[in-house]
Design a binder for this molecule. Structure first.
Ligand code: AMP
Ligand code: ZN
Length: 117
């Protein structure tokens, strides 16, 4: 069922504390932790604690939770003192999604080119 923890999901395991992560923020509904393979000086992932497979599913199945995730991206940027930053949701393998639990990348701390590759 939408939102239920998945046994084979890496990010559900991070939420459950079964896999270590450098957690920088936590709310009742979200967790933010440093990406293990950072692409910028600040590279933090914000995830809903509940399992939704991607941003589209999250917005459709739990719009309030999608708003919580977005609000937390701003909180992360504030904590990191980022004036400019990029929020990315890779949706689908063709766009580079590799973990099938919705997550926002918050990237900053260096100049970011546009368009992205
Ligand atoms: P995506 O490619 O958009 O699905 O993003 C998945 C992200 O998760 C990648 O940037 C990975 O570096 C990151 N990642 C994978 N495993 C871990 C982990 N154990 N802890 C933190 N970040 C991870
Ligand atoms: Zn999950």
């Amino acid at each position: 069922m939408a939102g239920e923890a998945q046994d084979d999901c890496l990010f559900c395991k991070i939420v459950a504390g079964q896999i270590p992560a450098t957690i920088v923020r936590e709310t009742e509904t979200t967790v933010a932790f440093r990406d293990i393979n950072p692409q910028a000086p600040t590279h933090i992932l914000v995830i809903p604690k509940a399992h939704h497979q991607d941003a589209a599913a999250l917005a459709a199945e739990a719009p309030q939770l999608a708003a919580d995730v977005l609000r937390e991206t701003q909180a992360v940027a504030d904590d990191e003192k980022l004036e400019s930053y990029r929020t990315v949701f890779n949706t689908g393998s063709g766009a580079g999604q590799t973990v099938w639990h919705a997550h926002a990348h918050v990237l900053g701390g260096r100049g970011l080119e546009w368009p992205p590759g």
